[in-house]
Design a protein around this ligand. Structure first.
Ligand code: CO
Length: 674
């Protein structure tokens, strides 16, 4: 008997009142989280979800994913939105459909393992704010990282979905590490933990249809919890994989509304509804309702996000995923990082280096945050290593991984690299083998103390505890202590359409009208923006009318050490500061060290330069402190990874040119050692 008999066609008429199927496939909709995270860099705003929310609530989804993953970070950092508020707002429109979130287990919605007190509080608050399904995964598939959050989920009476991150080291399922036995064993572990459902989480779209069939068949023999498949379209296999998963007996599938589907996102719901119509697995969804939701998304919402869609390629699949078994998002991050460093020509070296770094780091699955950890380290190796030394610049996160702070890797970490990474590591040079959070001190009391006076409730405090730099910035915007910058404000549909027309004009070569007025002289305050249109770009100078730039921060008055009438900088003064936030300012352009500002006399000494664009996390020293060669001078966040920048010489810190939270360009001088 063939497995295909399980999907039998009974009725073929199309009507929303059609007979209910015996075993309808359940669908989780991902449009409002993974959909825009995959296609539009997680920039979807709550106000753009509301117009379709009530209609989506009528579809009959098993759940709709609205939160978690990168949303928490992106919302407060780039959208000036309170992440907690999104759940409460959308709940007013979704009255029937349960909400699901992606929880990175002990990593919560961040990029490292947090202490138990913070992890517990986060999940409690997510439940309280309205979350119903906790799709929980650990980047290393180390379920010791579930031990704190899962009891909180279970006790709250919400749904605990345990994930197995799907990853490969070979082109197809098999090999020594990620083979059938591995995935069955992981499913049994989750079953034993009381998972209400088990999800195969294929974040890179690597799961081939017949591998899906074999894995699901094998797991179903061992566990009774419903199986849920999460796969991305990236490589082009996902819709075929869905069908084979259905044949193997999967209960729940993930899809997006058509405008948010395909590319690095997920298969669309509409073709699946039609494929199953009249079978005993019929979803029962009303395709006309889906079409009317699509109409709103297409016409009223998506024009605002179109500029974020990577439309540089005609092909909607990524062949590189099939070649390199790496998540699509990770590859685009790598490309962006190389572009920012003017090193795009090194992409082939990166492809060659990546599997080596991954192997050295214990063949870990590639999913947030491990995909970034492996990816950024790979780029660092390609850019900074030479024939004499490998792993010249090791990120803070690789050190943490080597220490065991993320958990147990699939195979042991390269011992030589581990030793090098842990040299001088603050927690100790001997890696731990226990559950990572056991070595972490409680974090909430300290965070509460630090953010006292600004945070109003526990949700604010948790936000700050997880994202101290950007979280604090956001809370200042939220409570009107600082004006939110233009860049975090919403675009209107009109703005978006006007811009779209302008781009079309440029593309058609029709943008030739010259301004007939006199061009005023450009001052130092002008900032240059590069605007890219296809392969062409335009330099556009932007200047605030009314003179000098607003300097939001003046660095320590001691900057000018050489004798000269020092500009008094005790209060916000119109002096050219090293860098007005946020972007690389023209006054701080690449210059040979030492340098402070053109106006302030240069501090004598050796500069510590940013080897890559990023954001200052903190300086470890103050002006006047002594520092030894090789000690960390600055922590710089680049692509969400922490990089410890070390002092190239011993001496005294004579200038600090930025502050925590400032964005810096490659080669900016961050501080000067005299
Ligand atoms: Co995903």
């Amino acid at each position: 008997m063939s497995e295909h008999n399980d999907v039998s066609i009974k009725k073929t008429e199309y009507s929303k009142d059609r007979t209910k199927a015996e075993k309808p496939i359940k669908i989780m909709d991902l449009t409002l989280r993974d959909g825009h995270q995959s296609l539009f860099a997680t920039r979807g705003r709550t106000e753009d979800m509301i117009p379709v929310a009530e209609m989506m609530d009528e579809v009959g989804f098993w759940a709709t994913e609205t939160w978690g993953g990168a949303t928490f970070d992106t919302m407060h950092r780039f959208l000036n939105e309170d992440p907690w508020e999104r759940i409460r707002t959308l709940k007013r429109y979704f009255k029937k459909t349960p909400f699901s979130m992606l929880l990175r287990a002990q990593n919560l919605v961040g990029y490292r393992n947090y202490a138990d007190d913070l992890a517990k509080a986060f999940v409690e608050r997510a439940v309280e704010n309205g979350m119903d399904v906790f799709r929980t995964f650990d980047a290393l598939n180390d379920y010791r990282n579930f031990e704190t959050v899962v009891p909180v989920i279970k006790e709250s009476g919400t749904h605990f979905q345990g994930c197995i991150c799907y990853t490969l080291t070979e082109p197809r399922l098999g090999g020594d590490v990620y083979n059938l036995d591995y995935f069955v064993k992981k499913a049994k572990e989750l079953d034993a933990m009381g998972a209400d459902s088990i999800c195969l989480k294929d974040m890179a779209g690597l799961m081939a249809p017949y591998d899906a069939f074999n894995i699901i068949t094998a797991i179903k023999k061992e566990v009774s919890a419903p199986l849920h498949l999460h796969t991305h379209f990236t490589s082009g296999m996902a819709a075929m994989t869905h069908l084979k998963a259905i044949e193997a007996g999967v209960e729940i599938l993930d899809t997006c509304m058509a405008p948010y589907a395909y590319r690095t996102s997920h298969p669309a719901i509409e073709p699946l509804v039609m494929s199953l119509l009249g079978t005993n697995k019929d979803t029962g969804f009303d395709i006309k309702l889906l079409a009317s939701i699509n109409e709103i998304l297409e016409k009223e919402i998506l024009p605002k996000y179109r500029h974020l869609l990577d439309d540089t390629k005609v092909s909607i699949i990524d062949i590189n995923v099939l070649l390199h078994q790496t998540p699509g998002g990770m590859l685009s991050n790598l490309v962006n990082q190389l572009r920012e460093m003017d090193a795009l020509d090194k992409i082939d070296e990166v492809y060659a280096e990546l599997p080596k770094v991954r192997k050295d780091l214990g063949q870990i699955p590639l999913v947030t945050p491990t995909s970034q950890i492996v990816g950024i380290q790979t780029v660092n190796n390609v850019l900074f290593d030479d024939e004499n030394e490998r792993y010249k610049m090791i990120t803070g996160q690789v050190k943490d991984l080597c220490y065991g702070l993320y958990g147990k890797t699939a195979v042991p970490i390269n011992s030589e690299l581990q030793k090098k990474a842990l040299k001088g590591y603050p927690k100790g040079e001997v890696p731990i083998t226990c559950r990572p959070a056991e070595v972490l001190d409680p974090e909430l009391p300290k965070a509460k103390e630090e953010i006292k006076g600004l945070a109003v409730d526990i949700d604010d405090e948790i936000l700050y505890a997880m994202f101290p730099v950007t979280g604090k910035k956001f809370l200042k915007w939220k409570y009107g202590k600082e004006e939110a910058p233009e860049s975090v404000k919403a675009r209107s549909l009109d703005q978006a359409l006007t811009e779209q027309k302008l781009i079309e004009k440029v593309r058609a070569g029709k943008l030739v009208d010259k301004p007939e007025k006199d061009v005023p002289e450009k001052s130092d305050a002008a900032r240059t923006f590069k605007v890219f249109v296809d392969d062409d770009y335009f330099d556009i100078g932007v200047e605030e009318v009314g003179g000098s730039p607003v300097v939001s921060y003046i660095q320590q008055p001691q900057i000018p050490v050489a004798a000269s009438p020092a500009p008094v900088a005790s209060a916000p003064a119109p002096a050219p500061a090293p860098a007005p936030t946020p972007a690389p300012a023209p006054t701080a352009t690449p210059a040979p060290a030492p340098t402070a500002t053109p106006a302030a006399a240069p501090a004598d000494g050796t500069g510590v330069k940013a080897p890559m664009p990023g954001m200052i996390i903190e300086y470890t020293k103050k002006i006047g402190d002594t520092i030894e060669k090789g000690d960390t001078a600055v922590l710089l966040e680049a692509m969400k990874m922490e990089n410890a920048l070390v002092a190239p010489v011993s001496g005294k810190i004579v200038a600090i040119n930025y502050k925590s939270g400032d964005s810096v360009a490659k080669d900016d001088v961050l501080c000067v050692i005299g």
